[in-house]
Structure formats: structure tokens, C-alpha cells
Design a protein around this ligand. Sequence first.
Ligand code: PFF
Length: 463
Amino acid sequence: MLSNQAAESGKRKSLHGHWSSRMAFVLAVTGSAVGLGNVWKFPYVAGQNGGGAFVIVYLLCVVLVGMPVMMSEILIGRRGRRNPVATMALLGEEEGSSKRWQWVGGMGVLAGIMILSFYSVIAGWTLAYIVKSATGVFTGADAATVGAQFDGFVGDWRAVAFCHTLFMGLTIFVVMRGVERGLEQAVRFMVPALLVLMLVLLGYSVTSGHFGEGLSFMFTPDFSKLSWDSVLAAMGQAFFTLSIGMGAIMAYGAYLPEETSIMGASGAVVTADTLIAILAGLVIFPLVFANGLDPADGPGLVFQTLPLALGQMPGGAFFSTLFFILLSFAAWTSALGLMEPAVAWVVERFSKTRAQAAIIIGGMIWLLGFGTVFSFNVLADVSFYKGTIFLNLDHLTNNIMLPLGGLFIAVFAGWIMCRNSTAEELGGAGFFYRIWRLLARFVVPVGILFVFLKAVGLLPDLS
Ligand code: PFF
């Protein structure tokens, strides 16, 4: 029999509607997870951090930290059925702790706003590259021309601002339409299509003649190249790519029907996300070596390797256009997840309609985005702490706020919520439940704290 408290939480309904099926939820979470993080960010961050050793640490973080945090977020979201701020406040009290847990939700809302402000700018680049590819700009172009195209484009703040505006407009449009009609429809085709295209591109990459080199760069670990800063970057990347640590998955979990298996859904999402990141690396790195480029080239890497390689092959303009269309879709479905915590919060807290909330939050993010727009041109020389405004936003959100959010979420699910509540959401206290609880209670908090302290140099080296 259900306890009173459980019976009450079982009756809760989300104000924003529910996913129409388990598949819809898995697609939406996958849509949020698979995005620029996999295809644009993973290869260049791996490249900047030495390749193989980074990839291994990243994979460890995905399995040991990412998966349990994702499950924690979904179970908290489904139990509270409100926006992340209200859910954390409600469950904090219900589980005999404090309403103050709402600050974890608040930090997530803020992280989503900050991330989308730069995410939208990069997504704007992908929109521009659809047009550039389709009009044959890259056909037969050499490395210098493709590089000059990229530098010329990001150096023109008006062009970048225009694309950023377009992307935010598209995002606000879908968020306004609501959970079932807007979010679900957008992801249904995108994820399978992206997977298929990556496989086609992989076929091309395998025949580029430098596949072995790419493979060994990605999978031969040289731990001497790994600093604690790169370990932090790998952990941050794991959080970013899985969309965890900021309440996005918690917000999506709030719309999840009671009977869906959280463990199964998380496993499916983590597998799909990791597969696409690895595929992206396997496509990009051989092309980097085949064209004498530098894997540590930074944010421009995908925007230079793929147009260059595809420009050389027959039908390249078509495939390049298709690639950037799919990448834009992937970014679009991720942007929805980034906005959802803030939008759900504004709807509930200030009694606004979804449309009003989407416009208010979207407008703020659009404005904040100019910090990143200018980071590649007029303010490119303004440098503090980690570098440009973009680099600071990126570092602060990925490497600090998301892991910190994940730490609190895991501690909440592992230590504050009672065993009955979590076991009930995770479908009983079986073997896998016990593993999850062990990870959430010990491995995640200790792991995150350890990496943080190491990265800021507060723990001495034992060797
Ligand atoms: N996971 C997305 C990506 O890899 O591109 C980024 C992201 C989306 C992060 C949604 C956080 C989020 F809530």
C-alpha cells in the first residue's frame, strides 16, 4: 500500500501537460541531450585536452556521475511535478528537510539562461552555414579559404547577431506552443535523422585515409597530457552533453507518466548521446588529420573540417547543407530544454501564460547573447579570467554551475529523500536501485568535490 505522502505525490499533476508516451519522453530528453555539445563541443574540447585520456575520463564521468544524476533529476521532477524551483522547495519540506533546497532549482534556472545565451549564438552559426553550404561557398575550397570564411563570418557582428536573433525566434516559437504540440513534434524526426547522417559521414571519414590516426588520437590515452583542469573540463562536458545539473531534465521529468521506467529511459538517453558524440569525434578527427588541421583549434573546428572535407567530394554541397540542417535541429531541440526550467518557473510563479513566459525569458536571453556575439569580433580582445565573455560564460556554467547543481541533486536524492520515496520512483529496491543509491550517495558527491578541489589546487599531489 502507498503511504499517505506517496499517495499524495502519486496524484500530483503537472500544470504544463504530460508526454503522450514513454517514447515521447525519451525522444524529448534525447533531443535535449543531443546537440551542439556532441557535435560542435565534444571534438574541440577533446582536441584541446589531448584526446584519448580526456575521452576516457569523459566516458567514466558519463557512466559513474552522469547516469545517476540523470536518474535523480527525473525522479525528483516526477515526484514534485512542478518547475525545478518549486519542486525542490516542495520535496525539501515533504522529505523533512528545508524549503531552501529551492536554491538548487534557482541556480538551474540561471544556468539555463546563461548557457542558452551563448548556445544560441553558436546555433546561429549553424543556420548561416546551411546557407553557405547550399550556395556552394565551400565547393572545391581549400583549407585557407574555409578558414577565412569562418573568420570573416564570426568577425562580422551584424551577421552573427542576425542569426542569433533568428535562432532565438525559432526557440521561443516552439516553447510557446507547449509540451505536447511543440516539444514532441520537433524531436521525433531529428534524432534518428542525425544518427543516420553521422553514419554516412563516418563512411566518408573512414575512406579519408587518416582514419587510423583519428582513431588513435581519440582512444590512445596519454595521461601525462591530462591536467586536473582537463579532468574538470571532461566532467563539465559530461554534464553539458547530458543536459544534467540544471533542472532541464527535472522539468521534463515533471511531465513523465507514472508508469514509465526511469532507469530504462535514462539508459536509452545516455547511450544515444554518447554514441553520437563518439561518432562525431570519429568523423571529425580523421578529417582534421587528412587536411593538416590542428585538433586543438577551438570552437571553429566543426565549421572548418566538415565544409572543407565535404567541399572536396561529389555531392558535397548537398551533404554539407544536410549536415548543418540537422545540427541546427539538434541545437533547436536542446535550446527548448535550456529554456524549460525558466519558462515553467515564470508560468507558475508569476501566473503568466506559456507564451508570455517564453517571450520574457527568451527576450532576456537574446539580450544577454550579445556578450557572446561580440566575443568573436568587437570585444574579442577584451580578456579576463578565462578569456572572452564567451569563454567565461562557458567555463562558469559547464565546469562550475552544472557539476555543483549535479552534486546537490545527487545529495538530495541520495541523502535527503527517504529510501521509500526513491525506491518507489525507481520501481523497487532491487539490484540496480542499490547501485544507483551507492553512486548517488558516495561516488557522485565525492567525485565532484574531489575534481573541484584538485582543479583549484586545494588538494596536494600525493605522488
Ligand atoms: N545537451 C546539450 C548539448 O549537448 O548540446 C546542451 C544542453 C541542453 C545543456 C539542455 C543543458 C540543457 F538543459
